[in-house]
Ligand binder design. Structure first.
Ligand code: GDP
Ligand code: GDP
Length: 451
């Protein structure tokens, strides 16, 4: 077992993140799908389907990047829209390398837009401003209102019709590093070790790396910065990031605590898999649930490692009790495999590495369209697409599915009537996909599109 810190130049091999931000309904997810989905027609009117944040790997002219759709703002939330959007923007500033701020050409400049623009003015990262829903030449005068914001990079686009989207991507392009040469660290799985303070993150990383590199102490929050380390285990390389102290994800604040939240978000964004450590003795807490939510929203693969199991291993029924607790509190993460281990007993950590391999493979895997549709047709036979008028039409039978992105796997379901697809049907389809294909420990997204 050998380890060394990854030299800083190797960090450039990590994918840059491009975040799409903006008020609800301006067309963020339409733009996200447009950029991801290779120019196909898109409909996203299915309620509850694209409301969460979406993450996927995309590329433009051969340069890969990570695309983030920061949806999920609830217009009916108690907090004001302005507060929500400020938060969304601050998270994007913390975790993204390039920002695309989308406004709605039909609405004109709103006070919220103005507030976000002034928030974005001061930042050092590149920001591109898209005025969406400029579908035809006739709509172009709508852009005039936006010129008064005095922005350098203003792009009229129609996300729905794919007009002007390439211009935005051309502008983003220079900020995307070239694909790293083969043999670099690009293919090395990146593992973020996350969990609340004192759960054993540093101990685990030390056990894995075989040397006392991180500061381990009983004082909560002693190690604050993510540290990347390259490890070779059984001939395979891994990059471990130890993100100590995700405390509050609610707000990005100044000071050490806020700094560590930003770094943790960033480390999660740069990883393939999060190993979320839980404390066997203390049981699950609110904070664990929050961190799990963070992992989920980041769209990372996930392994749950119940640490300090040495303290409970001899207790009868301990595992069943813990499992029940997991099921109750982490009901949104049922796809994550669970490992009971002890960072103090390196032997108990052995199963972690094959598990990481499996999970990374699922996260990165591309399922060919052939087998995918064979599977889908058999699903359709037993469970026809739900149709509005209770009729199965020809178009329902000719529906098909294809994988449009990896890391995490994103599938596009092409149907004649997207409005007929319910969130429940998509959940059902996801479960069947998981039964049929190796999708261990990875989130799965299904987009609905009109054929
Ligand atoms: P989000 O809440 O910002 O993610 O917005 P959505 O992508 O869900 O889009 C909100 C609505 O605007 C949907 O009904 C879209 O069909 C519509 N929309 C999105 N882009 C365009 C566009 O370029 N032109 C027009 N006319 N409508 C659009
Ligand atoms: P971090 O804040 O998550 O990095 O946690 P640390 O690695 O600093 O560990 C906090 C405390 O838990 C230290 O006193 C460790 O020795 C102890 N600890 C870590 N892993 C285990 C374990 O598997 N079993 C037991 N009994 N103690 C552990």
């Amino acid at each position: 077992m050998t380890a060394r810190s990854a030299p800083s130049t190797q960090h450039s091999a990590l994918l840059p993140t491009v975040a799409i931000i903006g008020r609800p309904n301006v067309g963020k997810s339409t733009l996200f799908n447009r950029i991801l989905g290779h120019r196909s027609a898109i409909v996203d009117d299915v309620p509850g389907v694209t409301r969460d944040r979406n993450y996927a790997e995309a590329s433009f002219r051969g340069r890969p990047f990570r695309l983030v759709d920061t949806g999920g703002l609830d217009p009916s939330a108690n907090e004001g829209m302005l507060a929500l959007i400020r938060h969304q923007t601050q998270v994007a500033i913390a975790e993204a390398d390039v920002l695309i701020f989308v406004m709605d050409g039909r609405d004109g400049v709103t006070p919220t837009d103005e507030a976000v623009v002034s928030l974005l003015r001061g930042i050092k990262k590149p920001v591109y401003y898209a005025v969406n829903k400029i579908d035809t030449a006739k709509a172009e005068p709508l852009v005039a209102d936006f010129y008064r914001l005095g922005l350098d990079h203003l792009y009229p686009v129609s996300a729905e019709h794919g007009i002007g989207v390439d211009d935005v991507l051309e502008a983003v392009y220079p900020h995307l590093p070239q694909e790293p040469p083969e043999g670099s660290l690009a293919d090395v799985p990146r593992v973020a070790i996350v969990g609340r303070p004192n759960v054993g993150k540093s101990t685990l990383v030390n056990a894995v790396l075989g040397q006392d590199r991180c500061v381990v102490s009983d004082i909560p929050g002693t190690t604050r910065d993510p540290i990347d380390s390259l490890a070779t285990l059984d001939g395979r390389q891994y990059i471990f990031t130890d993100t100590a102290g995700i405390r509050r994800r609610g707000r990005i604040e100044r000071g050490v605590e806020g700094y560590s939240v930003a770094r943790s978000l960033r480390a999660l964004g740069r990883s393939d898999v999060a190993v979320l450590l839980l404390d066997a003795e203390e049981g699950l807490t609110e904070q664990d649930t929050k961190i799990a939510g963070l992992v989920l929203r980041q769209g990372r693969a996930c392994i749950l490692l119940v640490n300090k199991w040495d303290l409970r291993a001899h207790e009868a029924g301990a595992k069943q009790a813990y499992e029940a607790d997991l099921h109750r509190r982490f009901s949104f993460l049922t796809w994550a495999p669970v490992l009971y281990a002890s960072a103090l007993k390196p032997d108990s950590l052995r199963p972690l590495f094959p598990l990481i391999e499996q999970v990374v493979a699922s996260f990165t895997n591309r399922i060919p369209t052939g087998p995918l549709n064979q599977f889908f047709q058999s699903v359709l036979e037993s469970h026809p697409l739900p149709m509005r008028k209770g009729r199965i039409t020809k178009t329902a039978r000719s529906a098909f599915i294809t994988q449009v992105a990896t890391k995490p796997p994103v599938f596009a379901l092409f149907v004649g009537h997207p409005e007929g697809i319910t969130a429940a049907y998509l959940r059902f389809l996801e479960n069947r996909l998981r039964e049929q294909f190796p999708l261990i420990g990875t989130p799965v997204r299904i987009l609905v599109r009109k054929k």
